[in-house]
Design a protein around this ligand. Sequence first.
Ligand code: GLU
Length: 298
Amino acid sequence: MTRSLSNRVFRFAPSSNGYLHLGHAYSALLNFEMARATGGRLLLRIEDIDIERCRPEFERAIYEDLCWLGLAWEEPVRRQSEHFAEYASALDRLGAQGLTYPCFCTRGEIMVAVASKPDWPRDPDGSPLYPGTCKHLSQEERRRRLAAGQLAAQRIDMEAALARVGFRLGWREYSGAGMEGRDVAAEPGLWGDAVLSRKDIPTSYHIAVVFDDALQGATDVVRGEDLFMATSLHRLLQVLLDLPAPSYHHHPLLRDASGQKLSKSLRAKSLRALRQEGLSAAAAREKLTSGLILATAP
Ligand code: GLU
């Protein structure tokens, strides 16, 4: 283990559902440089709860690509697919407080339920808020459906959760050239009755990420700004599960020449493809570092 000069703990948490692109390299390098600048530690976590889409060869490629970039992290790496039972018990704790309920709806049924309401509110990712169909099922009906083998997702009862917390949530966000900190008000209600475990996956990104950040002692969550709004939900879950609040830095996303953010789904060129085309690690780092905002204080 590397000796650390501060108690700051950073983590890079890629999903092994594809090859890393320059946007991931930017995020990884930023975490690495911030850990180095503050004398903190850097952890690596493989977020592979989607076991259908995540593959060992992508995980191996993550290690290869990060090594190629010259990054180092502490071992052992935490692999989320090995910890479903821990996430399930966190979810059970919310269930025991009456803050979740099973939802049997398909995506199609939800779409149909809101189709005739053009002004139906949407969550920050653009999906319609859950209309609450299964929230109103009786306990008996829930038991009957589960006993009949119907699969259920678990949703947070947002109204009950907000009432339970009873105070306004927020977090400390660091940004800008000097990494100035500001307080951001969390708005978890924007997510409505969000899914906390899926029918096919016994957890969700939201549960797994707050559980692991706390377990691994992450003090600084440095990730892309596409996750800024999700932090509201994460803060709510942290309070409900009695977990500490890290500081956050949501960094800008790298974009291609047409302004599109780099993404696996839009087939951004992978680091390994760039490498095969002759990009050197030094040139990649130079390219990325020129846009990096390095940590100074806090
Ligand atoms: N696994 C997420 C991703 O690859 C990152 C999650 C996080 O850093 O909180 O986009």
